[in-house]
Unconditional design. Sequence first.
Length: 415
Amino acid sequence: MTRPRFISWVILTLLPLTTCPRVFGETLGKRDLLVQYKVEGGQYRATLYRADWKDPLSVTIGDASEVESLPLDSSLYEGENSVRAYSLLISPFERYVRRGGNIYYLAAGAVHFINVEVLRGKDGKMACGKYRFFRVSDKNNLPRWEKKTKYDHKLLILFGGMNYEADFETMNSYSWIYHVKDFKPLMEDFKGTDVTELDFGKADDGTRAGYLSLRESRGEIKFIHGMESLFTLPRTGSRALEEEFRIQVRSNEPYYLHLSTHTFSSHMEGGHPQDRDWVYSHCGLLFSGAGHTLRGESMPYGLNDGLLYAKEISQMKMGNCELLVLAACNTALGTVTQDGVIGLQSAFKQAGVRTLVMTLWSVNDKATSEFMKRFYKYLFDGYHKHLALEKARADLMRSEDYNDPLYWAPFIMLD
């Protein structure tokens, strides 16, 4: 796996020194700690905030060379690598958080691509076994830890089991209604970079990289739909079209969205990777029928090309999406700038999505499907989304087939 390139460092704005961050109208809890990672002058530091402190505290994490020498793959979560990462990224502020407390953290630099909460310290214990972690994108809108949740008749929209070779007639039979006058403005298709330059990741056997049909994806969607805990709207096969996605995500009701497909990006050399618009024009997601576009074929009937670019996502209205699960490869990766990571995650956040579940590398197809089935089982049992993720991860860790960090460590949640 290739290491993401860090174009420039994240310099995060400090919170006001005389006020405490708010947690949905309440002050940061007495047992909680807010950690704001940043990179300055060749060093990683963390600014700490606690409810009982008048002023924030700054602690040194280590030299940039130390943090950036950490491997950004599954080997980071084993043995000495994990202990070293824990000592760098958690130990410097561990004395300031009470056991069982919440740690809210804003990532910077390499930390964007590390699953901090599953690192193990010298005592062999995993960080998430001591504290509750929340990776957040907004220091002024922190989530609340809840063991149980209420659905209030939420809608669950499911996209997966896509037919990337769907025939034109079938695609048109499902989508022609969206190309009529009332919907046509929503169907304007963006043409991004030359498709011959697209990179779908290393398609190792069993991963969700490449752009061949995903063997486990349809079963994953069928399983989730069959649980019947929420009203579900499944879109699979030739109906999992870009047009359908554009329409369904505009729901006027609160909803969850599950998306099981391939991602793509293009080689950044010679471009402008610090420019948000440029990056958005070079990465995205595949939908049914995309195979035709990738072979250079023109879409008839005014059909969308099946390549949904981050540029298009960022302009969508997804303010009612409370949870988006991106069950695909490398969905958390992107270009690090002073504004954070620019890529799929920033595009969906810009569109209004509240919480995202993403992956840090090319994930195994079957393991991902198993993880997702467990995640939704716990979610539908009433566990809050953060706890459902923890429990699904713990299940894979205890399993015989998927106990390697390669299978359970890449899944992260961003509020």
